[in-house]
Design a protein around this ligand. Structure first.
Ligand code: G3P
Ligand code: CA
Length: 238
């Protein structure tokens, strides 16, 4: 059965990459979460999508230029009523001790280098003993290789936004157990081919009913969606 991963949490209804969005996804019975991480000036791993805080918070400037204490002052729920800080990865991993969710941590290090982010994330995952519930992904495939070399016990999955010929061969060559392609870049045959070759496929970002149906029908490993409630309801009706 296709697993449903909540993209940036239950981001269709809650502010993306906030604890509220993650808690709502868990309450809705999503199988997993997807979230994005970057590093603050003082090396804390924080959960935020853009390199700048401007779009999603009340602050302005690059994540990398704020200390953790400074960045925590911004409101990541700027359209909502209740103020919410940008979560730290520690906060999310500690909360995961109280549930069974799988978490896909996307390292947002394809535009900015964030030296050492792989080691920091792996140390936190190990400290919280969550190695078998974490999938590390990134558009930076060097980083994916580094993660595997540092922590072969943690699953990795390269992200793609373009078509790739026989991606399972590539995935195996970098010791990844899965691939996370942009939905438009994979055909049913590619998805089936990867799965038949032992590679998990979790396309993003799957929000349209027709697309959700398509992936459910071919029993794709998982799909990453902003609206886990809609996808779970459709899965139930299959
Ligand atoms: O991990 C899948 C997806 O989140 C990658 O794209 O831009 O939403 O982080 P983006
Ligand atoms: Ca992401």
């Amino acid at each position: 059965m296709t697993q449903i991963f909540a993209h940036r949490g239950y981001s269709a209804l809650f502010a993306e990459n906030t604890m509220n969005a993650f808690i709502a996804a868990e309450k809705a019975n999503a199988d997993g979460l997807e979230l994005d991480v970057q590093l603050t000036k003082d090396g804390e791993v924080v959960v935020i999508h853009d390199e700048k805080v401007d779009r999603t918070t009340t602050g302005s400037g690059f994540v990398k230029n704020f200390t953790f204490n400074e960045i925590r002052q911004f409101n990541a729920n700027k359209k909502g009523v209740k103020k919410e800080p940008i979560p730290s990865l520690v906060e999310v991993l500690e909360w995961m001790q109280s549930n069974q969710l799988v978490c896909n941590i996307e390292l947002k290090n394809n535009l900015l280098p964030y030296e050492g982010i792989e080691e920091k994330v792996i140390r936190l995952v190990r400290k919280n003993n969550l190695m078998d519930r974490i999938i590390i992904s990134s558009f930076n495939h060097y980083s994916i290789v580094l993660c595997y070399r540092t922590a072969p016990e943690i699953e990795t999955a390269p992200l793609f936004n373009e078509r790739i010929y026989m991606p399972w061969i590539y995935a195996k060559s970098i010791r990844a157990k899965g691939i996370h392609p942009k939905l438009a870049s994979v055909s049913d045959d590619i998805i089936k081919g990867a799965m038949e070759n032992g590679i998990a496929v979790r396309p993003y970002t799957v929000n349209k009913e027709a697309d959700i149906n398509r992936l459910l029908k071919i029993n794709c490993t998982a799909l990453i969606t902003d609206d886990p409630v809609k996808a779970l309801k459709m899965k139930k009706q299959m």
